[in-house]
Design a protein around this ligand. Structure first.
Ligand SMILES: Cc1cc2nc3c(=O)[nH]c(=O)nc-3n(C[C@H](O)[C@H](O)[C@H](O)COP(=O)(O)OP(=O)(O)OC[C@H]3O[C@@H](n4cnc5c(N)ncnc54)[C@H](O)[C@@H]3O)c2cc1C
Length: 323
């Protein structure tokens, strides 16, 4: 079942949770009404009707088949660093790839490394540094997972996730596992078509250098990028850049030129540090963030004639319903 907006019929979620737990087996976890705000970097939003932590690929496949038969939509969750969770939560099954099964980092000795979808990008950079694998430094300050970075084709400092990809292993919504080469993927700015309704399980990544690189050299590059981020990005809770950069332009610059830095709705604010970040000063609601998003878009359209498109995803919903 594709990841789409969903407002389905009333369901017996408790009964579904019990049946799912049986289908996935004892080592997996199924929770009801799991609060999602704390699982995101913006820290707003409601709970997930079902929250699944499959122990392994077999359990995940069983879950997907069960959900498909029951007509319940699923949504993979990484680190939640590119998400706005609606206050009403998610009427579906959120699937988190948590634990060591999903966070492999296995160098192959030929400049490539196998990484699990649940591996955090920060960990990936640390482990790559120790293994002498250069080329992943640009990912260091992106607070996501390998799975989320693949889905978003995350990018920074001139590098893109898919620049480093050789192969991706994914599970289709039907529970089938396939391993596809880079050439099979259609990716562009913050998007990967093939992961729209599938779950990435892991990826074979290639270092940017032909020979092993001394750790000090990699660390030096990471420090350069880290300093750049520290100087330009707010420290408060956020989901990173709220809007995509329009072609040839910068969303942050447009918002700044419209005088919108510091605009507030409750505890949500257009960051005075970086205009394309909406920060949560503590206790903000999704409604407040949405109100700010609408005000920013309206002002930029009125003053600049540019219709900004959100980069942050509205979890389980379509932006069109809210803009
Ligand atoms: C302070 C800050 C700085 C940031 N800087 C950058 C930056 O420089 N560049 C950049 O590109 N982004 C940046 N981001 C945004 C975000 O970190 C990236 O988009 C990141 O790749 C999201 O990964 P995640 O694991 O958090 O995904 P999530 O936010 O959990 O999910 C994002 C999307 O990926 C899907 N997804 C998650 N896991 C999987 C999986 N295994 N298989 C299939 N789909 C999956 C989710 O369903 C959702 O659709 C920043 C965010 C913050 C808070």
């Amino acid at each position: 079942m594709p990841i789409v907006s969903y407002s389905g019929p009333a369901r017996d979620w408790d009964a579904l949770a019990v049946a799912l737990a049986a289908a996935m087996g004892g080592a997996s976890r199924v929770r009801r009404e799991e609060p999602l705000g704390p699982r995101t970097t913006l820290r707003v939003g409601g709970a997930s009707r079902l929250f699944l932590e499959p122990a392994d690929a077999a359990a995940l496949a069983s879950a997907l088949r069960f959900l498909r038969a029951a007509g319940v939509p699923f949504l993979p969750l990484g680190r939640g660093s590119n998400l706005l969770v609606p206050d009403e939560g998610v009427d579906g099954a959120v699937i988190a790839l948590e634990g060591s099964t999903w966070s492999a980092f296995t160098p192959n000795g030929d400049g490539t490394v196998w990484t699990g979808a649940g591996l955090r990008l920060k960990q990936l950079c640390g482990l790559a540094t120790k293994a002498g694998l250069a080329g992943f430094e640009f990912l260091e300050g992106i607070p996501g997972t390998v799975g989320g970075a693949l889905r978003m084709n995350a990018g920074a400092m001139g590098g893109w996730m898919f620049d480093r990809v050789e192969e991706v292993e994914l599970m289709s919504a039907e529970g089938e596992v396939v391993r596809l080469p880079r050439a099979a993927f259609h990716v562009d700015y913050r998007h990967c078509r093939e992961l729209g309704d599938a779950i990435a399980l892991g990826a074979q990544l290639r270092s940017g250098a032909t020979a092993a690189t001394p750790a000090e050299e990699i660390v030096r590059q990471i420090d350069v990028y880290r300093r750049k981020r520290q100087e330009s990005q707010p420290r408060e809770a956020s989901a990173g850049c709220m809007f995509k950069n329009p072609p040839g332009d910068s969303a942050g610059r447009l918002i700044d030129q419209c005088g919108l830095k510091g605009l507030r709705e409750g505890a949500a604010e257009v960051s005075p540090v970086h205009a394309n970040f909406i920060v949560n000063h503590g206790g903000a609601t999704a409604a407040e963030v949405l109100a700010l998003v609408r005000r920013v878009r309206a002002a930029v359209y009125a003053q600049k004639g540019v219709e900004l498109q959100p980069e942050v995803l509205l979890f389980g919903r379509r932006w069109e319903e809210y803009l």
